[in-house]
Design a protein around this ligand. Structure first.
Ligand code: GDP
Ligand code: MN
Length: 377
């Protein structure tokens, strides 16, 4: 789960990390009031749950009320990465002298937590990482260990030069590390960590991602969720207890088991198709799950065909077949679909499907080739 910058800034402040002062506005009047209180110049920042807002025109400085009105009206309601901007964070503008990148996340390939820092922070950090990776510094940490101050200082010295700035780095990294563990984050990113002309280091942006599986133990974090910014199909899927991720292709996939679901996406891609989603209907054999899954997929107007790929283990193929037949009788299914079933009670499943003249494949390759072909027509 991601949260808005203005809420991330609150979390940083709760740990003593300075941020710009500001408030979030939903309407122009509210925004004007905040700007007036802060006094101009102020920065208007679109609140959406993804980065790259600056480059997309979602961050603007207003020196006067007239400029504020113009920027607010432009940003409010604008579409940024598929989301309509509803909230604008209004912050006191500061002259920024230096922009540094600070972050903490997991490195799964190293089985470690990692602190990341670069003196080349700002909006081009992705380019820096691609072109001059030596400018990105990393400190790997074992889970459940606290880095010593000495270690943090050595690390901070790679990013900052002036001894006072190094200390600001040590403090901020140690607080990011505390927050990360306390709140079960999977990413904290401050970019830019900015040096102002008043000589103060502030977090001028705050990006937080939380581990969905740990949200149950952080009510205060769950309360920060902004459902309006999330994909409506993914919200629906959560309500139905289905593990679902929307993708941008046109072949809907219904699969049992996360591993098989991943493999299915790979094979669809490999055979020249584009999956519309990841969907794991799980191990149980409740036919209703099949109805829910198909209903969910049919909500996406991009979908041109549906691939049902089941490997029967605990899940029994005959239950899936019955679920499918129930779903077909309840839903208005006009799209082509292909079924691949193998494993427990495969024979019974095939008989059930044959009675309804539903063709069924036993290899993934056949089924995937077929659905790609059929969804093209
Ligand atoms: P992002 O593009 O989504 O990462 O949004 P940021 O919050 O990082 O803002 C983009 C850029 O706007 C930053 O890199 C800064 O250069 C600039 N910016 C953000 N806040 C301020 C501010 O308070 N004052 C000034 N002068 N620039 C800011
Ligand atoms: Mn940023």
């Amino acid at each position: 789960m991601n949260i808005h910058e203005y809420l991330g800034a609150e979390l940083l402040r709760s740990k003593g990390i300075p941020t710009g002062s500001g408030k979030v506005a939903q309407s122009l009047d509210e925004g004007l009031k905040i700007a007036h209180e802060l006094s101009y110049p102020v920065v208007l920042k679109a609140q959406v749950l993804s980065g790259g807002r600056g480059k997309a025109g979602g961050v603007k400085i207003a020196k006067t009320e007239d400029e504020f009105r113009a920027h607010f009206q432009h940003i409010h309601g604008m579409k940024l990465k598929d989301c309509i901007v509803q909230k604008i964070f209004v912050v006191k503008a500061m002259k920024i002298l230096k922009e540094v990148y600070l972050a903490m996340t997991f490195d799964y390939s190293k089985n470690a937590l990692v602190l990341i820092g670069s003196a080349a922070g700002g909006m081009d950090i992705e380019k820096v990482a691609a072109v001059s990776p030596e400018k990105i510094h990393k400190l790997y940490l074992k889970a459940n260990t606290v880095p010593s101050e000495k270690k943090l200082r050595e690390f901070s010295q790679k990013i900052f030069q002036d001894p006072e700035d190094v200390e600001a780095g040590v403090f901020t990294f140690s607080r990011i590390h505390q927050l990360f563990l306390e709140k079960d984050c999977s990413l904290i990113e401050i970019n830019p960590f900015a040096l102002t002309d008043k000589g103060e280091w502030i977090a001028a942006d705050a990006k937080f991602t939380f581990d969905d599986n740990a949200l149950f133990r952080h009510e205060s974090v769950s309360a920060m969720r902004d459902l309006a910014m999330e994909d409506q199909d993914e919200i629906k899927a959560r309500e139905m207890n289905l593990s679902f991720v929307k993708l941008d292709g046109d072949i809907g996939c219904v699969v049992n088991g996360a591993g098989l679901a991943m493999a299915t996406l790979d094979i669809v891609k490999l055979m020249g198709g584009n999956p519309a989603n990841f969907l794991d209907v799980g191990g149980s054999s409740n036919p209703q799950k099949m109805v829910n899954a198909l209903q969910l997929i049919l909500r996406n107007p991009k979908v041109k065909g549906i691939l049902i790929n089941i490997f029967g283990g605990i899940t029994r193929c005959d239950d899936i077949a019955n679920g499918l037949i129930q779903a077909l009788s309840e839903l208005d299914m006009k799209l082509p679909y292909v079924v691949r079933l193998t494993g427990t009670n495969e024979k019974e499943a095939r008989e059930i499907l044959a009675q309804q003249k539903i063709p069924c494949f036993s290899t993934m390759r056949e089924a995937v080739t077929k659905i790609i072909e059929r969804s093209k027509n």
